[in-house]
Design a protein. Structure first.
Length: 124
C-alpha cells in the first residue's frame, strides 16, 4: 500500500538518496559509483589484391571483378588495366573473414578455369 503522505525525499521511496549510514555501512565505505564506458575497437581491415600474370586473359579478370566484387563493367575494366600495368591492384577492403572468403572464391574459380591468377590479402 502506498502512503502519499511521505515526502519525496524519504529514503524508503527513493533508495538512491539514502546515505551510507542508513544501510549499515560505515561512512568511510561510501563511494561514488562511476560508470565506465568501454570503447569497442573496429576490427582490422584487409586489402584484397589481384596480381598480374602473363597468362590469365584480361576478359577473365574483368569477369572475376564483376562477379565476386560487384563492380560495373567499366570499374572492372579500369582495375584490370591497373593490374596489367602496375602488376597488382587493390580490389577491395574487407574484414578478415570476408577478405579470406573472397580470396578463396577467386582462387577456386581461377583454378577451375585453368588460369594461374593470384589473389591475396594483406592487413591494411
Amino acid at each position: 500500500m502506498r502512503n502519499d503522505s511521505l515526502p519525496p525525499e524519504d529514503p524508503v521511496l527513493h533508495p538512491l538518496m539514502a546515505s551510507a549510514g542508513d544501510d549499515g555501512e560505515s561512512e568511510g565505505d561510501a563511494g561514488l559509483a562511476t560508470k565506465t564506458k568501454t570503447r569497442t575497437q573496429r576490427p582490422p581491415m584487409y586489402k584484397v589484391l589481384l596480381l598480374n600474370d602473363d597468362y590469365t586473359p584480361m576478359e577473365f579478370v574483368v569477369h572475376i571483378l564483376e562477379r565476386f566484387f560487384g563492380m560495373t563493367h567499366a570499374q572492372a575494366f579500369e582495375i584490370m588495366l591497373t593490374v596489367h600495368k602496375k602488376g597488382l591492384a587493390v580490389v577491395g577492403v574487407y574484414s578478415f573473414e570476408v577478405a579470406e572468403t573472397k580470396v578463396g572464391q577467386v582462387m577456386d574459380f581461377a583454378r577451375r578455369h585453368q588460369h594461374p591468377l593470384q589473389c591475396t590479402m594483406e592487413k591494411e
